[in-house]
Design a binder for this molecule. Structure first.
Ligand code: 4NP
Length: 142
């Protein structure tokens, strides 16, 4: 799961998808910038997840690295900037792994500069998309 800072959107996506799949799946998140490296998720993401029964407080921000493109089968990006940045890091043979997390070219809006409502909205979008992704992973149709 990839966003810009790895403190708002992708930590939520990581926590939500983990809650829907068993521990045999390796699920992680990262950012395209290293500005927040080592920090926990934004307090608003932690609260929003917690309200929905998910604890993401132990996560730590890290930048995406080239080996992630080898080690993970699928890389879901929150918006088109993240998608294009990850695509630039990929070899041709890895490009098929990189997706936008929402269908139809839609983007998960960055809630960082807004209020708590934005985090509730992001949670809802990610919960729906992760449910679809989890279903496809369970059925081997992704
Ligand atoms: P995220 O949100 O990409 O969902 O983690 C942001 C976090 C930090 C910044 C921007 C967006 N920032 O400008 O530091």
């Amino acid at each position: 799961m990839v966003c810009l800072g790895n403190i708002c959107r992708s930590p939520l996506a990581e926590g939500i998808l983990k809650s829907k799949l068993d521990d045999n799946h390796l699920i992680d998140s990262a950012g395209t910038i290293d500005y927040h490296e080592g920090s926990g998720p934004d307090e608003r993401s932690v609260k929003t997840a917690f309200k929905n029964g998910i604890d993401i407080s132990m996560q730590k921000s890290r930048p995406i690295k080239k080996s992630d493109l080898e080690n993970f089968d699928l890389i879901f990006c929150m918006d088109k900037n993240n998608y294009n940045d990850v695509l630039k890091m990929a070899d041709d043979s890895q490009k098929h792994k990189i997706r936008l997390i929402l269908d139809n070219q839609l983007e998960v809006p960055d809630p960082y500069f807004g209020g708590i409502d934005g985090f509730d909205n992001v949670y809802k979008m990610l919960d729906e998309s992760c449910e679809r992704i989890a279903e496809k992973i369970r059925n081997n149709t992704i």
